[in-house]
Ligand binder design. Structure first.
Ligand SMILES: *Cc1c(COP(=O)(O)O)cnc(C)c1O
Length: 386
């Protein structure tokens, strides 16, 4: 089976992890801060807080922005469930904004319309989570402008997008958002096995994220309610979690980051070849912004179902049966039983549902060979012809 995504682990990565195992610190040592510095410097953010997953990063990002009961979090229905669940963790309510049929990202026009209505009804969101689906940046300038106008905070879920650029600048620099989140799960662009990070330019948000990742405990006298009782002293000043990243992961992350630009360049090379090889087939290949550089975590095609006799499901099954590890990113979140139980139903976000009826993620990973790519294209040709 050719998987849809796959990590690349080098000897240097292995050596870096083994060196940590032989060192004094398996957690809370020097490697996680180094990893944070490397990522912050690379993308141009002031602060980076590494945690054990992007899901944890989204959770503490919402808490740092004071999201709580009575508040609303809005996001795209076409995303991994974690982009919405983070709102529910905080006791907030979640709602969705339909996607732009060209970019598959949350549509800024639909966002404006929904905001106008929400203002009338007095239920404006406190937080909007903008997801850069497949690595393709959202229209952050438009979302940032709406944030100013309607007074909401913005989290970028950039789980697919590290190494990508929006208007010439790396995603994660926070120009149009409050907090950006990266994921380092093995299928993502760089990996720490499990892991995530929250980046911000705001000193206070960074303090809050730091506290929340480790029990709400501080050893910094400046953050305490009174002078330390002695050198042993720490204070719990917030209700936090144990969301810490290990030193093994930090070392792996530092090592992986040295190949980030190479990885994204290779993904672009493979995507361009897919674009060429698929041009004659009844599929819609991913549209790319001219002023953006996608991280290209995923290469999603949409079947032109009016031009083929097979169903979406049949094409998908034929590919899987043919050894092609295709996937579907994503089942719209509002159609999940957990969200239906909250009152969502089919038909509410028609562009997202149309996308779901047609989308297939083809294999894309930096170590993919030309032969593997031809195998995928041939299998797709056959699956569409039958
Ligand atoms: C993978 C992913 C997450 C969750 O990442 P974890 O590190 O596995 O917690 C969140 N949002 C999106 C869009 C993702 O793809």
């Amino acid at each position: 089976m050719i998987p849809y995504g796959k990590q690349d682990i080098s000897q240097a990565d292995i050596d870096a992890v083994v060196a940590v195992l032989e060192s004094d610190f398996l957690t809370q040592g020097p490697m996680v801060p180094r990893f944070e510095q490397v990522v912050a410097d690379h993308v141009g953010a002031r602060h980076a807080v590494a945690v054990n997953s992007a899901t944890s990063a989204l959770h503490i990002a919402c808490l740092a922005l004071d999201l709580g009961p009575g508040d609303w979090l809005w996001t795209s229905p076409v995303t991994f469930v974690a982009s919405a669940n983070c709102g529910l963790y905080c006791g907030a309510s979640v709602d969705f904004v339909d996607i732009d049929p060209a970019t598959y990202n949350l549509c800024p026009k639909a966002l404006r319309t929904k905001l106008e209505q929400a203002r009338v009804e007095g239920r404006l969101p406190k937080v909007v989570v903008a997801v850069h689906l497949c690595g393709q940046p959202c229209d952050m300038a438009a979302i940032g402008e709406l944030a100013q106008e309607y007074g909401f905070r913005v989290i970028e879920d950039a789980s697919h997008a590290i190494g990508g650029k929006y208007q010439g600048e790396f995603i994660g620099n926070g120009r149009h958002s409050d907090i950006t989140v990266f994921s380092f799960h093995p299928v993502k662009i760089v990996t720490t096995a499990e892991g995530g990070m929250a980046l911000t330019n705001d000193d206070q948000l960074a303090n809050r994220l730091n506290l929340l990742r480790s029990h709400g405990i501080t050893r910094d006298p400046a953050l305490m309610t009174h002078e330390p009782d002695g050198p042993w002293y720490y204070q719990q000043v917030d209700l936090g979690f144990n969301y810490r990243m290990t030193e093994l992961q930090g070392a792996l992350g530092v090592s992986q980051m040295s190949r980030l630009d190479q990885y994204v360049a290779r993904r672009h090379e493979l995507a361009r070849r897919y674009d060429d090889l698929l041009a004659h087939l009844p599929v819609t290949t991913p549209w790319q912004h001219s002023d953006s550089y996608s991280g290209l975590h995923l290469y999603v095609v949409r079947l032109q179902l009016d031009k083929i006799s097979a169903s979406h499901r049949q094409v998908f099954e034929r590919l899987r049966d043919g050894g092609i590890g295709v996937n579907l990113h994503y089942i719209p979140v509002h159609l999940q039983p957990w969200y239906r139980q909250l009152g969502f139903r089919a038909g509410q976000f028609p562009e997202a549902e149309r996308y779901y009826a047609e989308a297939i993620s083809l294999p894309l990973f930096p170590t993919m060979t030309t032969e593997e790519q031809h195998e995928v294209v041939q299998a797709l040709e056959e699956a569409l012809e039958q």
